[in-house]
Design a protein around this ligand. Sequence first.
Ligand code: FES
Length: 76
Amino acid sequence: MSEPICILICQNRTCKKQGAAAVLAAARTMSPPEIAVEGCGCLGNCGNGPMVLVLPARIWYYRVRPQDLTTILTAT
Ligand code: FES
């Protein structure tokens, strides 16, 4: 059985200034129920945000905008 997929979206200060709250809201709306979406603390890439990390594959996305989520979810 494969591990469940989780999309982590940094909600720490720098990413939040760069629009991370809107990315999290869009991801929660758009993701299918089998994919977990969670806000998280700093992912260590401040300044390149909003940062998104897809687990368990450990795929990173940077400077994510809400309109990028269709692409990310399709790839996921
Ligand atoms: S604040 Fe988002 S990666 Fe640090």
